[in-house]
Design a binder for this molecule. Structure first.
Ligand code: GN1
Ligand code: MG
Length: 372
């Protein structure tokens, strides 16, 4: 089916107010496909988001939607208690005419619709420390709001999502299979991964030893998964709740640093431009600890800086694995896209390694201040 046919079917499956006037394709996101649908409601332009879930990645999308409905209901209650605006501060799945929070198309494609967050913007990279501080505060607040949500009720939408030890094994399998025939192009990157096997095991081991608490976490805290308020630049709404699952605070912290504290875009072709901006690291850490500091254990705090390295490494290794597999997981725009992404991530890992002592000092000082 074509995009226009999908949209025609959505318009009959849901009860939208007003007259449909057109759509925009939103290209952010490597997994799902996203559109903004526009309506004229008594002369006012009103938008909704329609998303096609990638069922190659999310094998049980009905379970994913059950998670999303329950998590967003919980968030909405907290927002109401705080006197907030549930239409802007959380996503809410629209209910189709048949009573379900999703719609399955004639060709089997799985779609959902959610509210559009008004008067807000998102960004793929961040330069302003104050905005990144706000992002940290918003992700810390998100975790705090879910602190009393029962994680055992959540379905695991992607098994072993941040099990980096398992991701390392998957990488070895892809290397051995070499389905794309590209193995010889990436000798340096392969060595980079092989040298860091021990790092890949660290959090899995700490979990097994009972040293890190399992919480309900977002697990995909890429910086473009936050909407910032147009006026205040505060993080107003967290998007992309597809991987909200039991996890570590460190996954969320590390991935936010990976995606927001680098000096270049994830797919910058000149990987030498990718460094860690220590000021941005500091700003995010301070924002995050300002809302989550009191609930973090000393063991979590001690591993924050390392999590930035590990989550960046994990992501780079996943891009390399997909490159070896022949680009079957992430959306790519050109043949070497996954390799370009892998190289920026590994450049960032190498630069984080250089700054590790300094990052640990900054983090310890801020944790001391905000944990009291
Ligand atoms: C994917 O869909 P998006 O762009 O928010 C991926 C994340 C990666 C990220 C890398 C479900 O996130 O895990 O960190 O790309 N999501 C999934 O940019 O695999
Ligand atoms: Mg995502």
């Amino acid at each position: 089916m074509t995009t226009v046919q999908y949209i025609e079917e959505i318009l009959t499956a849901y009860d939208f107010e007003g007259t449909y006037t057109g759509y925009r394709h939103i290209t952010a996101g490597h997994i799902n496909t996203t559109f903004a649908l526009q309506f004229d409601v008594n002369g006012k332009n009103v938008q909704y988001i329609a998303q096609r879930i990638n069922t190659n990645v999310f094998k049980k999308p009905d379970q994913l939607m059950e998670n999303m409905v329950n998590v967003t209901r919980h968030l909405a209650e907290k927002i109401k208690e705080n006197g907030g605006d549930t239409e802007r501060e959380t996503l809410t799945a629209l209910i189709a005419k048949d009573g379900k929070p999703y719609h399955i198309m004639a060709d089997g494609s799985f779609f959902r619709c959610v509210n559009f967050i008004t008067d807000a913007y998102s960004c793929d990279t961040i330069e302003n420390p104050q905005v990144f501080f706000n992002a940290g505060a918003a992700f810390g607040d998100f975790m705090s709001k879910l602190a009393d949500f029962d994680g055992s009720t959540l379905h695991e939408t992607i098994p072993d999502f941040h099990n980096t030890k398992q991701r390392f094994k998957n990488f070895l399998v892809a290397l051995e299979a070499n389905k794309s025939g590209r193995k010889d192009n990436v000798k340096e990157e392969i060595d980079f991964v092989l040298q860091r096997e021990k790092d890949a095991e660290k959090f899995v081991n700490l979990i097994e030893e009972g040293k890190l608490p399992i919480r309900v976490t977002h697990n995909d805290t890429k910086i473009n998964n936050i909407m910032f308020d147009n006026q205040s630049n505060l993080g107003v709404c967290i998007l992309d709740l597809d991987t909200v699952m039991p996890g570590l605070s460190l996954y969320d912290f590390g991935d936010a640093i990976r995606s927001g504290a680098g000096t270049a875009a994830e797919d910058e072709k000149d990987a030498s431009k990718m460094k860690l901006d220590v000021q941005l690291y500091k700003a995010y850490t301070e924002g995050y600890l300002s809302t989550a500091g009191k609930s973090l254990t000393p063991e979590e705090a001690e591993n924050l800086a390392f999590s930035a390295k590990l989550l960046t490494f994990e992501c780079g290794m996943r891009f390399l694995t997909d490159y070896l597999d022949g680009d079957v997981y992430f959306h790519t725009d050109y043949a070497e896209h996954n390799l370009v992404r892998c190289r920026t991530q590994f450049a960032l890992v190498a630069d984080i390694e250089k700054h590790m002592d300094e990052l640990n000092e900054i983090t310890a000082e801020l944790y001391g201040r905000y944990s009291k």
